[in-house]
Design a protein. Structure first.
Length: 159
């Protein structure tokens, strides 16, 4: 398995993964056009974040097995960046094969090598026990913060 930075030709697969992620974890149906434009916007503007993909060998050539997106939050309290892990998805046939672990370890290594990164964070649906176990295996613990949100466009989280 190869972990690499996503490229323009990955947009359709990443968008599909995001649509599947929302449906599987939150029973939320996303608009494919909006998701595709959102993925494309991030890939064109590195200040928005970065996608990493796991590429597995397949008989018909490499196949994307999973993804993970990082976005950035500056912490004045810590004088450093917090990398937020988002849009984690592993294709069904690759679950339980170490795809998320490989993606996470790649990101953690990069974060440790990047001087101004002070923490990795993520949020998840509070009912997603599979995700909770997976994140715990990576050494992540439940933080002290509760996330609040006020939706401005479309459906707000938690609706």
């Amino acid at each position: 398995m190869i972990i690499r930075t996503a490229i323009k030709s990955d947009v359709s697969v990443i968008a599909d993964f995001n649509i599947r992620l929302a449906l599987e974890t939150e029973a939320l149906e996303l608009d494919p056009e909006i998701v595709s434009r959102g993925v494309d916007a991030l890939l064109r503007d590195p200040s928005k974040g970065i996608y990493f993909v796991a590429e597995a060998a397949a008989s018909a050539g490499p196949k994307l097995a999973g993804q993970l997106m990082i976005t950035y939050e500056w912490s004045d309290w810590r004088n450093g960046n917090i990398w937020w892990i988002q849009s984690v998805y592993v294709r069904a046939e690759f679950r339980g094969c170490g795809v998320f672990q490989a993606l996470f370890e790649h990101v953690e290594k990069l974060a440790r090598e990047t001087e101004d990164v002070c923490a990795l964070r993520l949020y998840m649906d509070k009912h997603n026990e599979k995700a909770r176990r997976a994140y715990g295996k990576m050494g992540m613990t439940e933080g002290a913060y509760v996330v609040f949100e006020k939706g401005l466009r479309g459906r707000a989280a938690g609706d």
